[in-house]
Design a protein around this ligand. Structure first.
Ligand SMILES: *Cc1c(COP(=O)(O)O)cnc(C)c1O
Length: 394
């Protein structure tokens, strides 16, 4: 049964609607962090690469993530940041279609995905073009000059969700390669990568997977294409035999070739422990609970706060696990909410985001959050000057 609040450290007086940005600390992760620092690093030192199997961690954690995104064991590599993984996937995908020059994304994509594409285009220097139509127009722009369709499944701002199977099928029908960014999908809803048949997927683990700030990213490559991938970032940890120390690069014959350098052992250990909370979670049940939470929130907020405009799709089937509202003073409203224990966040220019994480939220939390939002708006609490000052991180 959901939620599983007892598995998390939920600070007193906090209703946390930002697990779509940084998940809450799982209790097991705290214990593991202490163990990896005190015992493994502190006592075993370099011996821990073998004795604590630090060397096996990236693959072990990759397999656990694979199970949450409908991918087979061995198909997911972990490490680095999502931005890096986007770059690797896009480079590999473009090399699969050397005669085509168009990368198709959308205007709702997360900026770093687009920035990495722009940088890669420059590095390759062959005049590739990045197209970013409105999300609703993407399907019509999948034509046979497109090399790669690179989309984020769930829009970070609005929560709007692409139809993974339909878009992938359309991309394949014109001979394009498909990359999905699962940043707002992994741990948020059921994903079936194998069924979609997409070539690549990438994602991060500090959002719905609760791996902690800066937790390593992941990359999936469809097993039948792995051996033909020519890695852009040919680091030693992706080598077939890193400790042979040979002068020439020879990629591992597995998804491991998408690893780059030394794994972030402390963060990977914390993530490994954080993933324990998923062991007995049914993702269909999670999705049902997520829809119920977000439907309650929309209903309560619309009844209480007529000045807000829903920025997310009204149909829950077209939404991920977040709900956003537009309001010109959204930044100040979020600051006023945070001061009252309701933590959401703000994305420019005017979007207030609220994430729904059924592992540690229940209906009462959501209703209480809507009540506090109503108070902040009715009493114009947001207009206090202290809520107008923008911090570096919004
Ligand atoms: C959160 C997020 C990122 C962040 O990338 P990092 O390299 O981890 O900073 C990238 N893309 C999308 C779609 C995201 O939601």
């Amino acid at each position: 049964m959901l939620p599983r609040k007892e598995r998390f450290f939920i600070p007193d007086g906090v209703i946390y609607l930002d697990g779509n940005s940084l998940g809450i600390l799982p209790k097991g992760a705290m214990a593991r962090a202490q163990q990896v620092i005190n015992e493994e690093w502190g006592q075993s030192l370099i011996r821990a690469w073998n004795s604590a199997d630090w060397m096996g961690l990236p693959q072990k954690v990759g397999d656990r993530i694979a199970a949450l995104i409908g991918a087979p064991a061995g198909s997911v590599a972990t490490g680095d940041t999502l931005s890096i993984k986007v770059y690797q996937a896009l480079d590999a995908a473009l090399k699969m279609r050397p005669s085509r020059r168009v990368i198709l994304s959308d205007s709702g994509n997360f900026p770093t995905d687009l920035y990495m594409a722009q940088g890669l285009i420059q590095t390759i220097g062959k005049g590739h073009q990045l197209l970013t139509p409105d999300p609703e127009a993407v399907m019509d722009q999948i034509t046979d000059d497109v090399a790669v369709v690179m989309l984020t499944h769930v829009d970070y701002r609005t929560g709007r969700m692409h139809d993974m199977d339909a878009v992938t099928a359309k991309a394949h029908s014109v001979g394009a390669v498909m990359i999905w960014d699962l940043a707002h999908s992994a741990g948020a809803l059921p994903v079936n990568l194998e069924q979609s048949n997409a070539e690549f997927a990438v994602g991060c683990t500090y959002k719905y997977l609760n791996g902690g700030p800066g937790a390593p990213a992941f990359i999936y490559a469809r097993p039948d294409i792995v051996d033909s991938i020519d890695p852009a970032l040919s680091g030693w940890m992706g080598h077939a035999s890193p400790f042979a120390m040979t002068p020439d690069y020879r990629p591992a014959m597995s998804t491991e070739r998408l690893r780059v350098g030394t794994p972030p052992v402390v963060q990977l250990s914390i993530l490994d422990a954080a993933l324990d909370v998923w062991n007995d979670i049914d993702l269909q049940e999670l999705r049902q609970a997520s829809i119920e939470l977000s439907e309650t929130f929309i209903r309560e907020v619309e009844a209480r706060c007529p000045g807000l405009e829903l920025a997310s799709p009204r149909d829950p089937e077209k939404r991920g696990s977040q709900v956003s509202f537009r309001f010109d003073e959204g930044y100040a409203v979020i600051q006023a909410l945070i001061d009252r224990g309701v933590i959401g966040d703000f994305r420019a220019p005017n979007v207030m985001r609220f994430g729904f994480t059924p592992l540690y939220l229940d209906q009462q939390d959501v209703i209480a959050a809507a009540e506090i939002l109503q108070t902040v708006l009715d009493e114009k609490l947001w207009s206090h000057p202290k809520y107008q000052v923008k911090s570096r991180v919004t």
